[in-house]
Design a protein around this ligand. Structure first.
Ligand code: SF4
Length: 365
């Protein structure tokens, strides 16, 4: 069951949540959560009470947050009104099987029996003034019909939100499908597409999907031909680090009207964590190899950003490119970071990467 907090008074520890109702029914919603020092319970519309497992402490909850109560009674938060940004996971399934995917193969193959029903409830109950919406997966375009219906609904409801679609771009090689997508696409959509290398063998080796380079390349060209905003993402690992410069040269000469290019450090979770020995390169080494690629892109007027890079791994002159890209609740710092003068503006590490790889840091003093 999914619900949105409409009245959060932490002083009295009272939380009123309207559950699973579309916007127009919000005022008639009766179900509530009641939180006391000793217990957290849920009162259903028929007046019955259920115990819940409350996962949050005294922190963060506020009016506008969207929560889900699982069948096991656990509550999780799916939208924080504070951040104003939301991820819409259309599916966990994917038509590629990237070696450094932060989802595990098991998760990507899991059956999602009731998930779509939950997703529709979730989208319906979100406030319509959400600032930014990331449509993601798995590969969100995989279930074409559901994807198009969701896109159409989002376009109608969130008229003033920014949008980003994270896709591997393969399905957009099909011009007829692309036409349907563009009919439903909200204004200003950014299509964020990973290109792992300009060499077919390297790209397809990383996605473990033969023919994926050809499709992604076609998808990017089709979007650019239609005047769409395309962001190219290069996730850097041992598999493609040696080809970064030629990948940048490929982007410059084949997709000159691309909106921006983001060079991205890995999140060591899921498949990436399992294969860490063959994939991991520490950030200072990654930056050293990425610098030439950055220069090529900038020299051709293409905007570049560095995602997931700690500042001490990046030359000072490039700090403005190293954005804080890790979602707040996943950010961690190494113990030595406490002595660092720039901790406030540094994006830190993914919790999983810190834990698994123990990256080297050089506090700035
Ligand atoms: S020492 Fe820590 S806080 Fe400072 S730049 Fe490096 S990672 Fe960031």
């Amino acid at each position: 069951m999914v619900g949105r907090i409409v009245d959060w008074n932490f002083g009295e520890r009272l939380l009123r949540v309207v559950c699973g109702l579309p916007e127009k029914d919000l005022e008639t919603g009766i179900p509530i959560f009641w939180i006391t020092e000793e217990e957290t319970v849920f009162r259903d519309v028929d007046g019955s009470w259920y115990p819940l497992k409350w996962k949050y402490g005294d922190e963060e909850l506020q009016t506008g947050d969207v929560l889900t109560i699982g069948q096991d009674g656990k509550i999780s938060r799916n939208y924080s009104a504070d951040s104003g940004e939301v991820d819409i996971f259309v599916t966990n399934h994917c038509n590629s099987n990237c070696v450094m995917c932060p989802l595990s193969e098991t998760v990507r193959r899991q059956e999602q029996k009731y998930y779509l029903r939950w997703l529709w409830d979730f989208i319906c109950i979100l406030p319509d003034d959400v600032e930014y919406i990331n449509i993601t997966g798995g590969e969100p375009t995989l279930r074409k019909k559901d994807f198009l219906e969701i896109l159409e609904y989002l376009k109608g409801k969130f008229r003033y939100s920014g949008f980003q679609l994270l896709t591997n771009g393969r399905s957009l090689a099909d011009e007829m499908f692309l036409e349907q997508v563009l009919e439903q696409t909200p204004r200003g959509m950014r299509f964020a597409i990973p290109l792992h290398a300009s060499r077919v063998m390297v790209h397809d080796g990383i996605t473990q999907a033969k023919g994926s380079f050809r499709q992604t390349d076609r998808g990017i060209r089709n979007l650019l031909k239609q005047g769409q905003k395309v962001e190219i993402r290069v996730v850097i690992s041992r598999k493609n680090i040696a080809y970064l410069t030629e990948t940048a040269a490929h982007i410059v000469s084949n997709y000159p009207r691309v909106f921006c290019v983001n060079l991205i450090g890995m999140e060591m979770m899921g498949s990436a964590a399992v294969r860490r020995e063959e994939l991991w390169v520490d950030y200072p080494e990654v930056f050293k190899r990425a610098e030439a690629a950055v220069k090529i892109l900038i020299a051709h007027g293409i905007d570049v950003q560095l995602y997931n890079f700690p500042l001490c791994a990046v030359k000072k002159g490039y700090w403005p490119l190293a954005v804080k890209s890790i979602t707040d609740y996943k950010v961690r710092y190494m113990p030595a970071c406490d002595d660092c003068r720039v901790k406030e503006i540094c994006g830190g590490f993914f919790a999983s990467t810190k834990h698994l790889m123990k990256p080297e840091v050089k506090p700035v003093r």
